[in-house]
Every structure is written in structure tokens, then in C-alpha cells.
Design a protein around this ligand. Structure first.
Ligand code: NI
Length: 177
């Protein structure tokens, strides 16, 4: 459909708590169009995931995965393409692990962020069908990062050690920014 403009950190629209997807939107042409735009925009920027607020759409919709090996995260395991609407996240225990994250709305930078390691998440797909998954590691990290966008939270706010925040090409010279 279309590669949309990616909002960057500093834009107030990234700080909103996004609105729940209304029942009437599930399975609609408008939803299909939103998902297509999110996917085109994510792929164009080599993202691992993207949230609707990042293209200025105030809805609780994120997509992630389905990109195969990602040049921005060459060591990350593959995740199946997922559309997640109105998500609910439930950490399965208190274990957290630190890992490097980037964000299409914070281009050129990476930071080390602690995230829950074991996670159950549930929500609806684009057609409105409910699903539940239990995941860990990178998959759990991606979901927590994307769903943070729906709460108006960008990952730099989650960094606990600000010495672990810097430019991708300085931190990881071999990785695509
Ligand atoms: Ni992001």
C-alpha cells in the first residue's frame, strides 16, 4: 500500500496512550489498509516490529516478525509475522534480562534495556480472532518494546544504565543502523 512517514522521538503523538481498536474495525478494509501500511513502513526501514502510533495512528495495533533474518538484528531468532491488537501482557515471573534495542522512531541509536524474559501475551488478530502465546527471550523483548509504544513509552525511558546508550555505528560497527 504505502510507506508512511515514521514519527521520531520528540513528536507528542508518540507519547499518547493509544485507543483500543473498536469492534467495527476488525476485519474491515480500513484495518487491512493499516496493516499493509505498517508492514510496508516496517520493511522499508528494516524494522523488527512497528506500532501504529509510530505512523501517527492512535490505535492499539502492533505488528512484528515475518522479515526473515533482519539486517538490523542479524543475530536475532526469526519470529513469525504477527498482528497484535488490544494486547494484554503478563510476565510469567520476575526474571528480567538486559538486551540491546533500537527503534525506528529513535534512528541511529541503541540502548540496553531490561525486559521480562518469560511472557504470556494475548490479543486479537486483524480479523478479530483472539490468541494467546507464551514466549521468551527476543520474542518477549520485541512484544514488550512494541506494546510500550501503545502506552506512549519509548525505550530510552527504560534504560537503567545510561552508559549503555549510544550510536549504533559506534557500538556495533558491523550492524546496519
Ligand atoms: Ni520502537
Amino acid at each position: 500500500m504505502a510507506v508512511r512517514e515514521l514519527l521520531r522521538m520528540g513528536d507528542d503523538r508518540l507519547l499518547r496512550v493509544a485507543q483500543p481498536v473498536p469492534e467495527t474495525l476488525f476485519g474491515s478494509a480500513e484495518m487491512d489498509s493499516l496493516i499493509a501500511d505498517l508492514l510496508d513502513t516496517m520493511k522499508d526501514a528494516n524494522g523488527a516490529g512497528i506500532a501504529a502510533p509510530q505512523i501517527g495512528v492512535d490505535l492499539r495495533v502492533v505488528i512484528f516478525g515475518g522479515t526473515g533474518v533482519n539486517p538490523r538484528y542479524p543475530d536475532a531468532p526469526e519470529i513469525a509475522f504477527t498482528v497484535l491488537c488490544n494486547p494484554l501482557l503478563e510476565p510469567l515471573d520476575n526474571e528480567r534480562s538486559a538486551g540491546w534495542e533500537g527503534c525506528l522512531s529513535v534512528p541511529g541509536l541503541r540502548g540496553e534495556v531490561p525486559r521480562f524474559e518469560h511472557l504470556r501475551y494475548s490479543g486479537r488478530d486483524a480479523a478479530g480472532a483472539g490468541f494467546v502465546r507464551v514466549v521468551d527471550g527476543f520474542h518477549a523483548r520485541v512484544v514488550q518494546h512494541e506494546v510500550d509504544h501503545l502506552e506512549g513509552v519509548l525505550y530510552p525511558r527504560r534504560i537503567e544504565d545510561m552508559t549503555k546508550f549510544g550510536f549504533t555505528d559506534v557500538l556495533f560497527p558491523a550492524v546496519v543502523a
